[in-house]
Design a protein around this ligand. Structure first.
Ligand SMILES: Cc1cc2nc3c(=O)[nH]c(=O)nc-3n(C[C@H](O)[C@H](O)[C@H](O)COP(=O)(O)OP(=O)(O)OC[C@H]3O[C@@H](n4cnc5c(N)ncnc54)[C@H](O)[C@@H]3O)c2cc1C
Length: 303
């Protein structure tokens, strides 16, 4: 919990900026892996107030961080002492020709299906990525041959350094494999995409096929944060882990998925400590037996 939790009138203060104060939320309920301790969440309903909100937090010397859909996060059992800013869903997607401005809290699935209705496609490969546009942009999410970098033309963000809201061209973001140059205080507010003319029926057919492939290869019925490690250049982290016979390895309630070895699933009320230990075990085995140092794809939040 943050130091703000002891102050009076915080809820009213945030309400004046159309934001909701949710003290002591268990982050296990806000992450797809289902682990993690408490934090104070500020849910932002009107992004125009972000500069004032951040100024308020910083005037009170309260550290803060950003939560999207929580589908790429592993939060420690102790939670975090920072205030967690999360943009609320509900803002409209704007479509003009092939250009689409998507609010950052929109899920990828919603964006893809809304654009399909206007006969726009080109990002169907990302359909099963369960995050928001903001999180996907930050991670340069990718699947089945499409990455965010392929469709993003501009990004509107609260710049963590200048403390201004600005719109930058895509190349300023510095997209790399599952990485961008955005700082932890650059808060993405909306993303401008350029999509292809594609009939809705064709988009839906492709969506169906990608969903089928994903269901066949990933443990979608279980809680996870997707792939835990990035693929080393030219190699597959999942194949390496599988080749060492690590599928099914269990520590507490955390298990290396039998369906996809790069997924750790929360099978039986796992703690973050279980998952972190299993992550270390896998990393050490791959280093010892394959000579490759795996880099985490999952973002770990510890104090
Ligand atoms: C079943 C499953 C399948 C998955 N498959 C894929 C896949 O195929 N490809 C892939 O790339 N990923 C995949 N993922 C991982 C995850 O869905 C993506 O990384 C997704 O883009 C994360 O988005 P999020 O909104 O959930 O971000 P979060 O998990 O909430 O956050 C991730 C990071 O982004 C930052 N962030 C979030 N929102 C913003 C914002 N508005 N502005 C700035 N920073 C922000 C956070 O601070 C954090 O550092 C999968 C996950 C699951 C559970």
């Amino acid at each position: 919990m943050s130091i703000l939790a002891q102050e009076h009138g915080v809820s009213e203060r945030f309400a004046a900026w159309s934001a909701e104060w949710l003290p002591g939320e268990s982050l296990s309920r806000h992450t797809s892996l289902g682990v993690g301790g408490p934090a104070d969440i500020v849910r932002v309903r009107d992004a125009r107030h972000v500069p004032e909100l951040v100024a308020y937090l910083e005037a009170h010397e309260v550290p803060w961080r950003i939560l999207g859909g929580g589908s790429n996060l592993l939060v420690a059992d102790e939670g975090v002492p920072d205030v967690v800013l999360q943009l609320a869903r509900g803002e409209e997607i704007e479509i003009a020709g092939n250009r689409v401005i998507v609010p950052a809290a929109t899920t990828l699935g919603t964006a893809i299906m809304e654009c399909a209705k206007r006969n726009l496609g080109g990002m169907e490969g990302l359909v099963g990525v369960p995050g928001t546009l903001g999180g996907a942009l930050r991670m340069n999410a990718g699947a089945y041959g499409t990455e965010m970098v392929d469709v993003v033309r501009a990004v509107t963000l609260f710049n963590g350094e200048t403390r201004q809201v600005e719109t930058v061209k895509a190349h300023h973001v510095g997209f790399k494999y599952r990485h961008t140059n955005l700082s932890s205080h650059d808060l993405v507010l909306s993303v401008t995409l350029e999509l292809l003319d594609r009939p809705q029926s064709e988009v839906l057919e492709r969506v169906k096929e990608f969903n089928r492939n994903r269901r066949a290869s990933q443990p979608l019925q279980e809680e996870s944060a997707g792939c835990m490690f990035k693929n080393p250049p030219g190699q597959s982290a999942g194949k390496m882990i599988a080749s060492l016979g690590l599928k099914g390895t269990r520590l507490g309630g955390a298990v290396v998925s039998e369906r996809h070895a790069n997924f750790i699933v929360n099978r039986d009320r796992a703690t973050a400590a279980d998952v972190l230990k299993l992550l270390d075990l896998v990393r050490e085995r791959v280093l010892k037996d394959c000579g490759v140092e795996l880099e985490e794809e999952v973002v770990v939040w510890k104090e």
